[in-house]
Design a protein around this ligand. Structure first.
Ligand code: SF4
Length: 155
């Protein structure tokens, strides 16, 4: 069962999109130097379709994308919610920030228009650091990945 701690409207996480970013808890990754250790705890509000609709309904006219931040413990549940957004809010894109180095083989990449992969390595920094190990990809309808990480580095 997915739970989330909070959410926010953000402009930097997905370039060129206004994104509703939902911070999912119970993260199974144990990145050394984790920047949000509270997200490793099993805390927060259950994130099911009813709750997701409630949140997205509030902001759907102001955003262009819904991004699930985490959820690596239950990739299929994240995918299911992504499809819920795509069906109920067809004008919105879907994104997933996974902390895994490779995409879970339990889901299809085509469930998202954007996928971020890679755990947090404090020595390499986040996506806006040119030395980062993380990557943000756009995903087309056939499931082909295009690395767009460099968009974080342009001024
Ligand atoms: S993916 Fe890594 S940095 Fe992000 S919440 Fe989980 S342990 Fe922390």
């Amino acid at each position: 069962m997915l739970k989330y701690y909070n959410y926010d409207i953000v402009f930097a996480e997905i370039p060129k999109e206004v994104t509703l970013a939902i911070n999912i808890t119970n993260c199974p990754n144990r990145c050394v130097g984790c920047h949000s250790a509270y997200l490793q705890e099993d805390i927060g509000v259950v994130l099911d379709e009813t709750e997701l609709r409630r949140i997205v309904d509030m902001y759907s006219k102001d955003i262009t994308c819904v991004c699930f931040m985490g959820g690596d413990a239950e990739p299929e549940a994240v995918e299911q919610l992504a499809w819920f957004v795509r069906k109920q809010f067809p004008s919105l894109k879907t994104a997933w920030y996974s902390g895994k180095a490779v995409l879970s083989d339990k889901i299809s990449a085509t469930s998202f228009q954007y996928i971020k992969l890679g755990g947090y390595d404090a020595s390499k920094g986040p996506l806006n650091n040119p030395n980062t190990n993380q990557r943000l990809y756009s995903v087309d309808a056939s499931g082909e990945f295009t690395d767009i990480t460099q968009l974080f580095w342009k001024k």
